[in-house]
Design a protein around this ligand. Structure first.
Ligand code: 3HC
Ligand code: NAI
Length: 691
């Protein structure tokens, strides 16, 4: 055995050389891995070995380039020289894959002459998720093996395929039971059977007959999902090059486009996001071995909009749920909505009809809170009313077993006050799901003053298990996400009175990259949330709309009118007249507002509030704020989230604009955050700030 570099060693199993990579946690292609691979191939080629296996220790095959190296200068050897050495080696090289062969990892495997994999192994080019494209020949090699259509799908989604599919499409040559023995046996056979030293670059059969319409049709099919992102289009262009150009010219095109993406802010934002999402799981002061409550049964109180969706998350993960409503009618209505959601998914082919029954079978309904007695985690999702929530938590305290975690899905209320209604405030925590709760990934976990580490670790852990992106924050009105949203709402409301129609504000935010603007969002949520006809006094546009029967999408009209069939929104002159008349009564002078002002007045108060949230220690780090906004409200990921976006603009400029609006418009929300001022004077940033 020869230790080639700190992470790569060369071993021999009789006549087979094994280049073994051990670079935890994911065997990324760090400089010493590239060097080791290059040395390994060179030394194995000049040794007595007849064939070579590239294999990894640990949990996975190479999972890609080392993303942490992207910010520094390139370190030799580059990946291409490693790949050239492999492809041109005079002895057969077999890549032995377990875990995930991703990005540069798959691109290395594609330069072996053959590939074998174990069941459960996965193969993908996820660079698009980092705002990039596979920059080591993957864009030219993958289509040559899978055909352009499959490559388009894999490279624009970034999603891996499994071993079975990889075998079927020829990406791997054999499925083996035991990785090392199987790979070594294949390597010996390659020699005895004199298998050719196949180079994917020389193959053109799979791309030769690509239909001309493929690219146009594919672009149309992903347009909505990829709006605003550069990388999917760049990946498509590379596959076009693989079809239209020879290998070397295609490679050159790949390199040009890769460099373009790498230089841009989108890839920086998306790489930042990759680490941000992982950082959010690390809680200072919460040891990794903190005991958690095993959630064998979950209780959900309230089967309304949120309760039903929350229950679905658990049933989808195979965890039984007890859902309790105040009466049978509400319970049956709630369960009916859950069933029809599942049936809709099944009709679209997302799950089978057996899955529908299995999942419904995991949800048991009741009108007796006593049925929560055997639940390990109970999530309350009743109306947003403090008195009601306190009453309920007092009851839960009397019913739930010792050690159970008691969570509230409140969107804004004080978790400490809710906890005070119990004799076990340490067990009480906020678990704020976002609507629709079965779809949205965001989960704000809200710790109260007394919340125990066990409750925090349980909420974060179960959040991950049910496929959410949990972010921990502290107590304040609206927590991280809604508190910032309220600030945007204040300015958006003011601007419609000052002269910008709701549809224009919505359009500007849509163009910025949000799935919808504030008014379309209010219509979707329902304008009458929190509205009471008895106390309504026409004091806001929203109240006026509700009073005139406009409740949002659900009854066909709100800020917009909705087509009953397509749900397409059209602005209504009646609403505009209502707004104008209201502004006149308030003595507001209407004027022309520029697009730039609209954008700044919507987004800068959010940045300012995000900084205040950080300053108060409510969020642990700037990147947590970005994770909340990207996952919870569709802030465009390619800008990195509000904190990263503000850093990209320059905090000095952001501070100046906030101060400008503070002096011209006034209001607490424009009072500049001390953190922004400090970071400006220290040359610091918001996205890297951590408490
Ligand atoms: N580079 C550097 N660090 C990486 C990394 C990478 N490519 N991939 C993962 N890590 C780190 C993570 O940050 C994390 O660090 P932490 O423990 O300090 O937080 C640790 O490895 C473990 O990662 P996960 O928590 O994500 O572990 P999982 O087991 O959940 O997932 C994985 C493993 C599926 C490999 C997942 O980490 C992943 O998807 N990684 C990224 C894969 C990728 O994007 N590869 C392409 C890179 S770009 C490229 O190759 C360009 C090329 O074309 C030239
Ligand atoms: P909803 O009105 O759709 O559902 C509430 C349900 O609770 C109703 O079905 C009601 O019958 C039931 N309920 C009321 N009192 C009860 C009691 N004593 N016992 C059992 N069931 C009772 O409300 P929604 O929208 O689901 O909101 C629930 C909670 O989730 C609120 O705290 C809200 O702020 C929060 N939330 C709402 C979001 C949304 O977009 N709708 C998003 C995130 C959080």
């Amino acid at each position: 055995m020869t230790q080639l570099t700190q992470s790569v060693r060369l071993e021999f199993d009789d006549d087979v050389a094994l280049i073994r990579i051990d670079n935890p946690p994911v065997n990324a292609l760090s400089q010493h891995v590239r060097q080791g691979l290059l040395d390994g191939v060179t030394q194995a080629e000049s040794s007595d070995a007849k064939s070579i296996v590239v294999i990894c220790d640990g949990r996975t095959f190479i999972a890609g380039a080392d993303i942490t190296e992207f910010s520094g200068p390139p370190q030799p050897p580059d990946l291409q020289s490693v790949q050239d050495a492999m492809e041109n080696c005079s002895k057969p090289i077999i890549a032995a894959v377990h875990g995930t062969a991703l990005g540069g990892g798959l691109e290395v495997a594609l330069c072996a002459h053959y590939r074998v994999g174990v069941a459960g192994s996965k193969y993908g080019l996820p660079e698009v998720k980092l705002g990039l494209l596979p920059g080591a020949g993957g864009t030219q090699r993958l289509p040559r093996i899978t055909g352009a259509a499959k490559a388009l799908e894999m490279m624009t989604s970034g999603e891996p395929i499994d071993a079975q599919e990889a075998f079927q499409c020829g990406l791997i040559d054999e499925l083996v039971e035991d990785l090392e023995n199987g790979a070594v046996a294949f390597a010996r056979r390659a020699v005895t059977e004199q298998m050719p030293l196949l180079r994917i670059r020389d193959r053109n059969d799979k791309v030769a007959n690509t239909p001309e319409s493929l690219f146009h049709d594919f672009r149309t099919s992903i347009a909505r999902r990829t709006r605003g992102f550069l990388a999917p289009e760049y990946n498509i262009r590379c596959i076009e090059a693989a079809v239209e150009l020879d290998f070397e010219a295609g490679l050159k095109r790949e390199q040009e486009l890769f460099r373009d993406l790498m230089k841009g802010t989108q890839s920086k934002a998306q790489q930042y996001y990759f680490f941000a999402e992982r950082a959010a799981l690390k809680i200072p002061g919460l040891p990794k071995d903190t005991p958690t409550v095993e959630v064998s049964r979950c209780g959900v109180l309230g089967a309304g909009t949120m309760g039903g969706g929350i229950a679905m998350n658990f049933a989808n993960s195979g965890i039984p749920v007890t859902i309790v409503e105040r009466d049978d009618e509400a319970l049956q209505r709630g369960l009916g909505v859950v069933r029809s959601n599942y049936e809709r998914t099944a009709a679209r082919g997302g799950i089978s009809s057996d899955d529908v029954e299995t999942r419904m079978g995991l949800i048991s309904g009741s009108t007796d809170m006593g049925d929560f007695a055997d639940c390990d985690l109970i999530i309350e999702a009743v109306f947003e009313n403090m008195a009601l929530k306190k009453e309920i938590f007092e009851q839960l305290d009397g019913i739930c077993k010792d050690g159970a975690v008691l969570a509230s899905n409140t969107s804004a209320l004080d978790i400490n006050e809710i906890a005070s209604a119990t004799s076990r405030p340490d067990a009480v925590i906020g678990m704020h799901f976002f609507s629709p709760a079965n779809v949205m990934k965001m989960l704000e976990v809200v710790r109260g003053d007394a919340t125990s580490n066990t409750a925090i670790a349980t909420a974060m852990g179960i959040g991950r298990s049910i496929g959410k992106t949990p972010v921990l924050c502290g107590v304040c009105h609206g927590f991280v996400g809604n508190r910032m949203l309220f600030m945007r709402g204040i300015e958006a409301e003011k601007m419609i009175l000052e002269g910008a129609p709701p549809s224009r504000i919505d359009q500007i935010l849509f163009d910025f990259g949000f799935p919808m603007g504030p008014f379309a969002m209010s219509d979707l949520a329902g304008l009458d949330i929190g509205w009471d006809a008895a106390t309504s006094s026409g004091s806001t546009v929203r109240e006026l709309l509700c009073e005139s029967g406009r409740r949002g999408q659900k009854n066909g009209s709100g800020y917009y009118n909705y087509d009953p069939k397509t749900r397409a929104a059209t602005p209504d002159s009646e609403v505009e007249e209502m707004i104008q008349a209201f502004a006149e009564r308030q003595g507001i002078v209407r004027r022309e507002i520029t697009d730039q002002e609209i954008l700044e007045r919507c987004l800068y108060p959010m940045v300012n509030e995000g900084a205040k949230i950080l300053d108060e220690g409510i969020a642990i780090r700037g990147s947590d704020v970005d994770v909340v906004w990207i996952n919870g409200y569709g802030w465009p990921m390619y800008t990195g989230g509000p904190m990263f976006w503000a850093d990209t603009i320059g905090l000095q400029e952001v501070a100046e604009r906030i101060q400008h609006y503070a002096s011209t418009l006034g209001g607490d929300h424009w009072e500049i955050s001390p953190l922004i001022q400090n970071q400006v004077s220290d040359g610091g940033s918001l996205s890297t700030y951590a408490n």
